[in-house]
Design a protein around this ligand. Sequence first.
Ligand SMILES: [Zn+2]
Length: 303
Amino acid sequence: MANYIISASDAESIAKSKNLTVPQLLPSLVQSAQSLARPPISNFHVGAVGLSSDGRIFFGGNVEFPGLPLHHSIHAEQFLITNLAAHGGGPKLLYVAVSAAPCGHCRQFLQELRGVCDTQIVITDQPQENPVYKPISSILPDPFGPFDLLDQNTPLILEKHDNKLSFKDDDFLTEKFSNLSNLSNGYSELVMKNEVVLKNKALEAARESHAPYSGCPSGVALMDCEGKVYKGSYMESAAYNPSMMPVQAALVAYMAAGGGGYERIVAAVLVEKEGVVVRQEETARLMLNHVSPKCELRVAHCV
Ligand SMILES: [Zn+2]
């Protein structure tokens, strides 16, 4: 299985065995991050490796979806941040190594982390012999970020969120998935057996969502054909467009857990508020229909 996280103790011992510090180790891991990328449109493999404040190393690669508009793509840095956020890697990303200079979209998305200006970045394809770290502030002068719109106390990505949401209709938890006819019998039973877990995980993801700009939190949980559940929270950017949609975040969780082909995803639940200005339902349906046509998506509203 591909490895998307290295534990703090393993990171220390790998670095020690090479006579390096952990930050010095990161550039040598970028190639393995690139091998995790899934870019069938561009064939341009981008890798990002980050050291979090709890000492773990997290990986990310770029992901593209043929047949869908390009804005559905997940960038390597977004994958890395989503992976880190999903695994409680601590409140800070201390160091990051990337295979190519981050695009403007990613420089903007990184602004959603508190104090990211001091995070040290190294770009490994640049032609110096010993790539050197520099602060992210040096690659994004005059930033527009969260605190142009929010007060300092609002939690940012990697900080604890509890949106205190609950299902609008409590019956949703006991209602059965209605349209499993696409699935073979074994899978329908599996979905029925695990659907309460699936629904609760989607609610949990919405509660952890970072949506301070629109006030429209949301979360998605996916179930694979073994009954394993993966959740993803919507994460907004102050600049709107680089926001990470909840289906993409859940797909990152699926890939980071070694989930394999998307067609193995058999059921999904989206939790969001009803009738609000930012809704995920249509785009989530489009995305899931495309990557795993047999997957049934259920939508639950929350309050
Ligand atoms: Zn990017």
